[in-house]
Design a protein around this ligand. Structure first.
Ligand code: ADP
Ligand code: UDP
Length: 237
């Protein structure tokens, strides 16, 4: 598989064309950002850990019936993916109150929810990824009602798969963000894209509540690199 021109460089990854127009290479960088790029930094070898973690988790969800863009891991920092037309909607699934939900409703972090909550955000850093609902997404053409239904169902299925996977590793899956895209090569079918990593998930050690995700960077908690390495070991072992 030959790497060709760069399609896009984002905050954490670079996407390249390949000699197959239906496929792209996703390269994971060490760059870290938080608060919609207001805080920037670098986490040594984050790209290597995130490529490894994401590869394993995409395999896990695909094996349990959720179609994804993941084709195969190519190298330490690169994976081959199906090229998607990404929807500008971020799908956040929450099991435990944390982050913006706690801030928005004035609740302490840590409450276990009676059932998962799905929050939709319009993906636009300049607007701080505002919270939207299904009507807004459909009215402005960010995603159709059918696509939103599909994303909600897939997101809940991913939640079940990953809650079990991390539970077996003594980790609570607190919340996470997913992105989906249309695959032109498969008749516009929606596939799970982007990444599943500690950058876009909250993982708390069961019992202690120790944070094992990007909150260590966001909140200057220390041991950032060590924690990404630890999550990689737990996920791939
Ligand atoms: P951001 O764009 O938020 O800075 P990244 O640095 O992670 O984020 O950039 C990766 C970009 O690639 C994201 O915008 C994501 O939506 C997009 N993307 C992820 N998977 C695919 C795919 N399979 N095909 C096309 N674009 C993708
Ligand atoms: N998230 C993300 N990208 C975003 C916003 C959120 O990956 O642009 C993830 C985040 O890592 C967390 C979950 O989505 O696992 C919920 O984030 P929240 O809305 O609580 O926002 P935060 O407090 O992180 O700003």
């Amino acid at each position: 598989m030959e790497r060709r021109n760069q399609i896009y460089e984002g905050k954490a990854k670079i996407l390249y064309e390949t000699d197959d127009p239906a496929l792209a290479i996703q390269h994971f960088k060490d760059d870290a950002s938080a608060f919609n790029a207001k805080k920037l930094g670098n986490i040594v070898d984050k790209g290597v850990f995130n490529n490894s973690i994401s590869s394993k988790l995409f395999e896990e969800v695909a094996a349990n019936g959720v179609p994804t863009h993941f084709v195969k891991k190519l190298s330490d920092r690169e994976m081959l993916v199906k090229k998607l037309d990404m929807l500008k909607v971020e799908v956040v699934v929450r099991n435990i109150v944390a982050g913006s939900l706690a801030r928005r409703l004035g609740i302490d972090e840590g409450k276990h929810l009676p059932h998962p909550i799905i929050d939709l955000h319009y993906k636009d850093d300049s607007l701080d990824d505002p919270l939207i609902n299904d009507d807004t997404a459909d009215a402005f053409g960010y995603a159709t009602y059918d696509e939103l239904k599909h994303m909600r169902e897939s997101a809940l299925k991913v939640n079940e798969i990953l809650t079990k996977f991390f539970g077996a590793r003594n980790i609570d899956l607190v919340d996470f963000k997913l992105e989906f895209g249309r695959c032109a090569d498969e008749g516009g079918k929606l596939l799970l894209g982007d990444e599943i990593t500690p950058d876009g998930c909250r993982f708390w050690e069961k019992g202690t509540g120790r944070k094992m995700d990007k909150d260590r960077f966001r909140r200057d908690l220390g041991n950032v690199e060590e924690t990404y390495a630890e999550v990689d070991r737990l996920v791939t072992s």
